[in-house]
Write a protein that binds this ligand. Sequence first.
Ligand SMILES: O=C(O)c1ccccc1NCC(=O)[C@H](O)[C@H](O)COP(=O)(O)O
Length: 260
Amino acid sequence: MTILDTIVAKKIQEVAESKAAVPAPVLEQMPLFGRDCLSLRHSVADSTKNGIIAEFKRASPSKGVINDHSTVAQVVTAYQQAGVSAVSVLTDSHFFKGGLDDLVAARAALNIPLLRKDFTIDAYQITEAKAYGADIILLIAAILSPAQIRQLSEHAHALGLSVLLEVHNREELERSMVDTVDAVGVNNRNLHDFSVSLRHSLELVDCIPNRFIKVSESGISDPVTIRQLREAGFNAFLIGENFMKTDNPALAIGEFVKGL
Ligand SMILES: O=C(O)c1ccccc1NCC(=O)[C@H](O)[C@H](O)COP(=O)(O)O
């Protein structure tokens, strides 16, 4: 059993509890459910922004606690001021110490697209993402069948949300790519053993059709790498730990973008 199996087993239990506590029709009555989502595609195409999807990440299975002192509002405000194209917030509580409250706090501080970063296995979580202010949801190919990816992405689109499909290797990419996703992210981190290599992005970029936004995810820690990934064909770059592990993520993103 890998960490991903453990996370999914826990998630199945959590989703069942959430459905019982707050049924989907209740989510649909929440104030943020009625707002119009911001488009990831438009934001990434906006040349005044830098393509970075900057992540608020308190902890992770691979690193343990990364940052338990910064507030969501302070960090995401600095991310936005640094010209990022979108912000990602981890909402898993057990393994990442995040939560839906973090999503709401980020929404209140931002006017750029907001990704709910979680392990989506059920349409309920997508309705929940919309109700708590997200614009984008994540679907991870390693934990979903192609039929589930299609069904979940159609539900997201029906609610106006953009969809980021995450793959790690060619096999996942070939079996999972459906027209109902907006972006394909190559995760440089192997979610089974936590090894990280940019090689995954560089090897897969040309296999992703240009109609999808191409995102390189994880393990990015310097502006030179962004330039290399951009030249290879990526439009967006998901970065969390590099900023969050510092004493002051707000300063860290400011310094980082000066080097772009
Ligand atoms: O980060 C982990 O340890 C992890 C473990 C198991 C499943 C997912 C995990 N991370 C989620 C992510 O994909 C990253 O938070 C995201 O791509 C940013 O990566 P980084 O810049 O390396 O923090």
